[in-house]
Design a protein around this ligand. Structure first.
Ligand code: SF4
Length: 890
């Protein structure tokens, strides 16, 4: 029977219907899954990541038992060690000497228990979450403008809107199922799209208007819109009079700058007519939704950007109505759930602040002896406090800050210096787990039991599909066990997640009396059967158990006077300007098929095909000026560090700007990590780091040789060699790409490490220039292969060799051509475009040449774009390029 659960990746929160398949028949663990047709978020759709979830449930590489100082330990010993070290640290250095750093991957129940322990019983608010990196600026903007962290809209508004403005949001890649909903509205009703993004993303490709603004000029653009609307009388004066405060002061503040379209366009580096077109379209379209995401939030002026967007909606009354809302989209599956229970260091549980009344309320509700008095340290500050010795014990749950925080090298130093580090995770070999004194095995997706809340405030169940493997435990249970060992057992004595959720729901209603919109009161006291049967519901939950799609429909906000507050900030530009030494602006972000630090999507070879390795995007003119050619390795240097990766030449980049994705880690591409390049500059209110802008320079790496290896196990080159390498999981092997600047000794050391001494049954060839080709065949099966090209020698394509690893036995031709790297007649099909169906460039080009000139025709001819649809923008671009070529030829 199918179990209904929720996808663990992005904040869309798609429902998944999954069934464990007979494990004996197909191996260790297997799943059949599909999009849940009954889930309101996705109505059966899944993107490539959700579709590939079954590939990530293997137990290979899982952490299955606790360790202390790298040695296997019992749960009893591990829990006791954590409890005693935290207790001792607090006794000697005070409550603020300990901290939790948690994650939007946690379920709400996990988050609730961790927050209760830290803020109610340990007496500190030093619990922060990696959601700080994702949407803390939107949270702060909501709190300032609406009086609480409230997302006004619902996904239904994306169906109903006539215009969607996407501000720093590449929905086609980051929230593909929402993008599908918008595509449907565009097809059905001609919904307009305006994209505000320095890069010409896949989303921008299909938009009516793309404003490729200069980085960090968003506040200027949105302030200009408000001024323009005011000047033309295109405001909803009635709504402002009834529901908004601060409007006149906001206008006065705007008046301090020249708000003419010409001045705004100049400062944003945009054509005047494009700015005017945006303003006119916004003014003319009553049903407008503005989606904003990391491009707005990840900035040292992220709160100002959020407020500027909210202002435009407040001033036009485009909020609380069907198809009209400013809409912050979260990156993580449960960023919203974490916000509900106080996962951010500057809030208490249930949307309460650090007021004396709220602290007293919490103390009584929890019978808590020690409610934190003031906000705790936000993520970047927390690791800085660890670095300088103020935080002396930290517990990191379900996140990988050694990779994901800015200035990652300093974060590693902080972890190294911290006297006691606990890490709860599902795998033992993350970059962060390397620093753990105690490593605790947690449950993964498919094993967890609890709830998550998506970007539209919809609470959905994650249900277990498999029993807990090894000794792994639920995160909430681990924290409760530690709390009990610290002497707080009575307050942490739940028998299961339903009881945790019930307590959370009761707290949202406790002495609420309409003062907090986050109210799950009707779910308080939920029984285990009712919890098991819970269907997706949007809070606030109504008395009849139903949800609330849209907030502020009555024009009342969560401020003391019921009015939204309009607050204008003046634009400040990026925290660090470019300079002659660092003339480029580096932007970082996601690719289509990967998620965070690859701990899960790196297990699914089908998700590694579209963007197999980190690449630096650069405009062709900039590349030419720097002497860089497509595919060449380049050094990307900022004042903080250096990365090395191949360059991709694309006019989607503005001149003077670079882009490097954020997913790759020490396990996959040590030289391709982005966050070591980023300074820890944060928004002064939200604490969210400026991950979208860093001054940088770029130059050729100038390797003297390149090579690749194919291995059945996930091997890496020896550390001491200092090579640039990337590991790319394939269906039946791992592909290691590497390059070096050393001599023959360097190459020889690598060959020996990866291939061992030459055996009689090995195939081996070395030429005078130092190029090497080796293949190890054991019992008729290809086990390993390695190719090194010294100087200007060429390497073979990888595809034919990769396919040989699927051969149970090499045939004579296969064996004969191993050192050539391909067999005659083999056609390389090029890069993968559709990950779900493995449809490649050459196949698509052939279909285009055969006359498949529309998107539907191309999809039908090749099978691309019909499963999750994430590649459809790319297919549309290929069609456009082919049509352009035909026009030129004619
Ligand atoms: Fe998962 Fe994709 Fe849905 Fe996001 S859009 S929740 S990643 S299936």
């Amino acid at each position: 029977m199918e179990t209904k659960t929720t996808c663990p990746y992005c904040g869309t929160g798609c429902g998944v219907a999954a069934q464990a398949v007979d494990a004996k028949a197909v191996g260790e663990r297997a799943l059949a899954l599909r999009g849940d047709p009954d889930h309101p978020a996705n109505a059966g759709r899944l993107c490539s990541k959700g579709t590939a979830l079954a590939s990530t449930v293997s137990l290979e590489g899982r952490l299955l038992h606790p360790t202390i100082s790298g040695r296997r330990a019992s749960w009893k010993a591990a829990i006791q060690r954590v409890a005693s070290r935290f207790s001792e640290t607090i006794a000697r250095h005070g409550p603020d000497s300990v901290a939790f750093y948690v994650s939007g991957q946690l379920l709400t129940e996990d988050y609730y228990v961790a927050n209760k322990l830290m803020k109610g019983f340990l007496g500190s608010a030093n619990i922060d979450t990696n959601s700080r990196l994702c949407m803390a600026s939107a949270v702060a903007a909501h709190r300032q403008a609406f009086g609480a962290d409230l997302v006004p809209g619902a996904y239904e508004d994306l169906d109903l809107a006539d215009l969607v403005v996407l501000a720093g949001h590449n929905a086609a890649w980051t929230h593909p199922v929402l993008f599908r909903r918008m595509e449907a509205a565009r097809r059905a009703r001609g919904q307009g799209w305006i994209v505000i993004d320095p890069r010409r993303t896949e989303t921008a490709e299909g938009a009516d208007l793309h404003l490729a603004l200069k980085p960090q000029t968003d506040v200027r653009l949105w302030n200009g819109l408000l001024a323009w609307l005011a000047e033309r009388g295109a405001l909803d004066r009635g709504f402002i009079a009834r529901s908004v405060s601060g409007f006149e002061a906001a206008l006065a503040e705007l008046g301090r700058d020249d708000q003419s379209i010409g001045a705004v366009a100049r400062d944003c580096d945009l054509p005047v007519h494009d700015v005017e077109a945006f303003y006119r379209r916004f003014a003319a379209t009553d049903r407008t939704v503005t989606l904003f995401s990391q491009g707005a939030n990840q900035s040292a002026q992220g709160v100002a950007k959020g407020l500027a967007i909210l202002n435009a909606h407040l001033a036009t009354g485009r909020i609380g109505r069907p198809g009209a809302a400013p809409f912050s989209i979260t990156g993580q599956p449960n960023a919203m759930g974490g916000r509900e229970v106080g996962g951010l260091a500057n809030t208490l549980a249930a949307h309460m602040d650090f007021t004396p009344e709220a602290r007293d309320r919490l103390a009584r509700f929890w019978s808590a002896p020690n409610v934190a008095e003031r906000p705790g340290l936000k993520a970047v500050d927390l690791f800085e406090a660890m670095h300088d010795g103020r935080v002396r014990a930290v517990w990191i749950m379900a996140t990988n800050p050694a990779v994901s925080l800015p200035n990652a090298a300093r974060v590693r130093e902080a972890l190294q210096r911290c006297p006691f580090v606990v890490v709860s995770d599902i795998v033992p070999d993350t970059d962060t787990a390397a620093f753990a004194d105690v490593l605790l095995p947690a449950l993964a997706w498919g094993e967890k039991d609890g709830t998550v809340t998506n970007s539209e405030r919809r609470i959905s169940r994650q249900r277990p599909l498999f029993p807990a493997p090894g000794e792994a435990r639920a995160d909430w249970r681990i924290v409760a066990d530690v709390a009990t060992a610290m002497g707080h057992g009575d307050a942490f004595a739940w028998r299961g997640p339903a009881e945790v959720f019930s307590e959370h729901a009761r707290l949202t209603a406790f002495e609420n009396r309409g003062s907090r919109l986050l109210d799950l009161g009707p779910l308080a006291g939920i029984t285990r059967p009712a919890y098991d049967a819970l269907t997706p519901v949007q809070w606030p939950v109504r008395a009849d158990g139903g949800g609330t799609a849209r907030l502020f429909e009555d024009g009342r906000f969560a401020t003391p006077d019921g009015r939204a507050r309009m607050l204008v900030h003046r634009p400040t530009g990026p925290a660090r300007a470019t300079s002659p030494a660092f003339p480029f602006a580096l932007n970082t972000g996601r690719v289509r098929d990967h998620w965070h630090t690859l701990t899960r999507t790196g297990l699914a070879p089908e998700l590694c095909r579209h963007a197999p390795e980190p690449v630096i995007d650069i405009h062709p003119e900039d590349a030419a000026a720097q002497g860089l050619k497509a595919g060449q390795l380049a050094r990307l240097i900022t004042p903080l560090g250096e990365a090395v990766a191949p360059v991709r030449l694309t006019a989607a980049q503005r001149l003077g700007e670079l882009f490097l994705p954020m997913h790759w880690t020490a396990a996959f591409a040590p030289a391709g990590r982005s966050n070591g390049l980023i300074a820890p500059d944060t928004d002064p209110v939200s604490g969210q780091p400026e991950l979208k802008h860093a001054p940088a320079r770029i130059s050729a790496y100038r390797e003297t040789w390149r090579g690749f290896a194919l291995t059945r196990t996930p091997d890496a080159p020896p550390r001491g060699l200092g090579l640039v390498w990337r590991r790319i999981p394939q269906a039946d092997c791992h592909l290691l790409e590497f390059a070096g600047r050393g001599d023959a000794d360097e190459r020889a050391a690598l060959v020996l490490a990866l291939m061992g001494p030459v055996r009689a049954d090995d195939l081996a060839m070395t030429d005078a220039a130092g190029s090497v080709r080796r293949a190890a065949v054991r019992d008729g099966r290809l086990e390993r292969a390695l190719f090194i090209a010294a100087g200007t020698a060429r390497l073979p394509q990888r595809e034919w060799l990769v396919e040989r690893f699927a051969d149970a036995q090499l045939d004579p031709a296969g064996r004969a051509f191993l050192l050539a790297g391909f067999a005659p007649g083999f056609a390389d099909l090029g890069a993968v475009v559709c990950a779900c169906r493995n449809v490649r460039e050459r196949t698509l080009e052939a279909a285009l040449a055969a006359g498949a000139a529309s998107l539907d025709a191309l999809c039908e001819a090749t099978g691309a774009g019909v499963t999750c649809g994430s590649c459809r923008p790319e297919l549309a671009r290929l069609i456009g390029a082919a049509a352009e070529e035909t026009r030129h030829a004619a």
